[in-house]
Write a protein that binds this ligand. Structure first.
Ligand code: AMP
Length: 288
């Protein structure tokens, strides 16, 4: 599986990428991480990137495209990868298309994490506080001033990619303001829908990820009593009858009213059944 995570700084791309790595056994290719490693190691690429990164600018396209192209060729990327922080410009996306084509690889999806911009600053502040707590070195570009610049560059250079990939029918947008695990589930659902992951291997989430079935069940409710009514055999039957009656009796029922009526009668029937069952138990007990 090969996917791109798209979103502004602080949108949770890194967090989600790590969770997806654990889940699907693929690798995370983060150009930001690779560049930071290059800076730390003092390589020629690192020396080139250091100043640009510290100021919140973008490293030249050819540099990052070269890094990604080499990284995709590594054996651990054969199983699939998540691109995090790349591509960041339309020329980078075009270069990626080109290099994937050359390597006979297909991109499965581009997942955009959409977030409320006003929340980004506080998210980055939280990230910095957590890193400090863990005794980790804080990124030089995680300051309010640099973040403002990174956001501006996201808007002007990276956001056009939303259009680029939606035109190519690759884009899926997910609400990145949800809780972390909800975002992960939403991504998984999307990947399932696109056929990028096997439903069998992730049965638990696959069961949760069946909105179509849920919708069908909702429709069924107008015709059949709710599941719970099946418990005491008698009340289930009464509930079914009552539901039919309700459906018949209603004047030109709309789907909504029929559904409501059926639910109401089914509930009543259930209550009746439950009361009867309770009476029986009390009788038995008094007999004893
Ligand atoms: P990130 O960790 O993705 O926020 O990236 C940190 C910094 O690395 C960015 O602000 C850029 O300076 C640089 N960078 C990372 N990825 C790219 C890219 N695809 N193109 C250009 N610059 C990048």
């Amino acid at each position: 599986m090969r996917i791109i995570l798209l979103g502004p700084p602080g949108s949770g791309k890194g967090t989600q990428a790590q969770l997806l790595v654990q889940r699907y056994g693929i690798v995370q290719l983060s150009t930001g991480e690779m560049l930071r490693a290059a800076v730390a190691a003092g390589t020629p690429v690192g020396l080139k990137a250091k100043e640009i990164m510290a100021s919140g600018g973008l490293v030249p396209d050819d540099v990052v495209v070269g890094i990604i192209s080499d990284r995709i060729d590594q054996p651990d990327a054969k199983n699939g990868f998540i691109l995090d922080g790349f591509p960041r410009t339309v020329p980078q996306a075009e270069a990626l298309d080109e290099l994937l084509k050359r390597k006979h690889l297909k991109l499965d999806a581009v997942i955009e994490l959409r977030v409320n911009e006003s929340a980004l600053l506080s998210r980055v502040e939280t990230r910095v506080a957590q890193m400090r707590e863990r005794g980790e070195e804080v990124r030089l570009d995680d300051t309010p001033e640099v973040l403002t610049k990174r956001l501006a560059s996201y808007r002007s250079q990276t956001e056009p990619l939303i259009h680029y990939y939606s035109e190519r029918r690759k884009l899926s947008t997910i609400d990145g303001m949800m809780a972390i695990d909800e975002v992960t589930r939403a991504i998984h659902r999307q990947l399932l829908a696109l056929g990028a992951v096997e439903p069998k291997t992730h049965a638990r989430s696959a069961a949760k990820a069946a909105p179509a079935k849920k919708a069908k069940a909702g429709k069924k409710l107008a015709k059949t009593p709710p599941k719970a009514a099946k418990k005491p055999a008698k009340s289930a039957k009464t509930a079914k009858k009552a539901t039919k009656k309700a459906a018949k009796g209603a004047k030109k029922p709309t789907k909504k009213t029929a559904k409501k009526a059926a639910q109401k009668t089914a509930k009543k029937a259930l209550k009746k059944g439950a009361k009867k069952a309770a009476k029986k138990v009390t009788k038995k007990r008094t007999k004893r």
